[in-house]
Design a protein around this ligand. Structure first.
Ligand code: BUP
Length: 452
């Protein structure tokens, strides 16, 4: 009947940066009275992911989960990227479920990395498909325009002018896209073209954060006839869990701590980690630093002890001055929400940027790879933080010295400009998800459409 709530299935891909927002979206839809199913692919790459999914499903027992077993690819390369590919090869596993689900699935929300292989299968089953784009609208505009850019230039060896958005310097384009023969580039182009077949694109951003890119996309300036882009962010946090750092944070003065994390997928070189350590110490601020030296946490035990990386003397002086270094997983949202945190040195994974925006924590952007320079651009333009562009890849000097890091961390923590503009971003973020706010309105309209 017309009163039946829509049944929405969500299809996340691999990595915390993809799982987190899709699950947040699933929980939000449940809150709006939708029936929600989550499709989970096994085996997962990291233990962070399996732990996260288990906690998520037990926190939201009314979300129906569908578990599918895929065949992992046995090939060298980035394990998350290989996982995208093995999930991309599995749409046939989904088809029987689409036809037999009860109540019938009204609509599917598919992670952007899976678009080109899943969309044709889902459409053939007569179900409407929406894409979930897990990065910024700036990055979506690059993605949408990329096939046109490639066609015109054959290879992406030059700056990219995105209509209505502006010129993206060559160094800001994700490095893998410079190689037109790389599987990543092929997938990227195929997905971008498949987006055009979707009923709409959900994205974790909000109007006031990226007005130009959203306008250019939705006015058909980037790609004529591009599907409606629906900003629904910032997505709400799922569960505030205890984190080992909480007691320590509680004891720190307001806005006095620098939080340092480069996401779940970046492993810095040991040399750069050491310079960063020197820099943080010399900044004079207390810090909470999450260190990764391997890409996948399952391999974490095999690597060097923190003492070996940083030296015993340094570890001693960290303890003496009251800072904290942790290896492994922390509950980042709990940390960013905490009053003691006054700055965030970040790789600018998009989820991290949105979490900083929600809590008004000033960001020192230090992008490491992929879409992170595009996201750092948003950080800078929106007033959420600062970006030292020479630090990232493509710069003259690869190793950033401690001295320079100390100077910028001090600036982040002491600059009245960024310390006052970041909280203003948080006010706009809260407005977007408040009653009658732009993101809330977009989501309500999206759900209403599914009912008819
Ligand atoms: Br690391 C880490 N705790 O220790 P991004 C991450 N997170 O809660 P990424 C923790 O994982 P991609 C930790 O709050 C965010 O929601 C963090 O996503 C959470 O970066 C998510 O920021 C990480 O988008 O993914 O993991 O590098 O490279 O896919 O963007």
């Amino acid at each position: 009947s017309d009163d039946e709530p829509p049944h929405i299935a969500l299809l996340p891909s691999a990595g915390m940066g993809h799982l987190t927002p899709l699950c947040q979206q699933a929980a939000t839809l449940l809150g709006y009275g939708c029936k929600v199913s989550l499709i989970v692919f096994h085996p997962m790459v990291s233990s962070s992911e399996s732990h996260f999914i288990t906690t998520f499903l037990s926190s939201f027992p009314s979300i129906h989960s569908i578990h599918l077993n895929i065949t992992p690819l046995n090939a060298p390369g980035d394990p998350f990227f290989l996982q995208f590919e093995s999930i991309r090869r599995s749409p046939h596993l989904l088809l029987p479920l689409l036809n037999s689900s009860s109540p019938r699935i009204t609509s599917l929300i598919v992670d952007m990395t899976l678009a080109s292989t899943f969309l044709p299968v889902i459409s053939s089953a007569g179900i409407s498909t929406y894409i979930f784009f897990t990065s910024s609208a700036a990055m979506l505009s690059l993605c949408a325009y990329f096939p046109t850019h490639i066609n015109a230039r054959k290879i992406s060896t030059c700056d990219m002018e995105i209509p209505g958005v502006g010129v993206i310097p060559k160094v800001s384009i994700p490095p893998l896209l410079h190689n037109p023969d790389h599987l990543f580039t092929t997938q990227f182009i195929e997905n971008s073209l498949a987006f055009q077949q979707a009923s709409g694109i959900l994205i974790n951003t909000f109007d006031d954060l990226e007005p130009e890119a959203l306008m250019a996309l939705n006015n058909g300036v980037v790609v004529p006839g591009f599907p409606r882009v629906i900003p629904v962010g910032p997505l709400k946090q799922l569960f505030l869990k205890e984190t080992s750092a909480l007691a320590w944070l509680d004891a720190q003065p307001e806005r006095s701590v620098v939080y340092v994390s480069f996401g779940s997928r970046t492993a810095m070189s040991v040399e750069q980690i050491r310079e960063l350590g020197v820099g943080l110490e010399r900044s004079g601020f207390r810090f909470l630093w999450v260190i990764k030296t391997k890409k996948v946490d399952k391999e974490e035990e095999q690597v060097l002890e923190l003492e070996e990386v940083l030296g015993e003397e340094f570890m001693e002086s960290i303890k003496a001055k009251g800072s904290m270094v942790v290896r492994g997983w922390v509950e980042q949202e709990v940390i960013l929400k905490h009053e003691a945190v006054g700055g965030f040195v970040s790789h600018c994974g998009w989820n991290s940027v949105m979490e900083a925006a929600l809590y008004g924590v000033p960001v020192l952007a230090w992008p490491q790879h992929g879409d992170q320079k595009m996201n750092a651009g948003v950080v800078k333009r929106s007033g959420l933080g600062m970006w030292v562009e020479e630090w990232s890849w493509g710069g003259e000097e690869k190793l950033v010295k401690g001295e320079e890091i100390a100077k910028r961390v001090k600036e982040l923590m002491e600059s009245t400009t960024v310390q006052s503009s970041a909280p203003r971003v948080a006010v706009k973020a809260m407005n977007a998800i408040a009653e009658r706010g732009s993101s809330r309105k977009g989501l309500t309209e999206f759900i209403a459409k599914l009912k008819v």
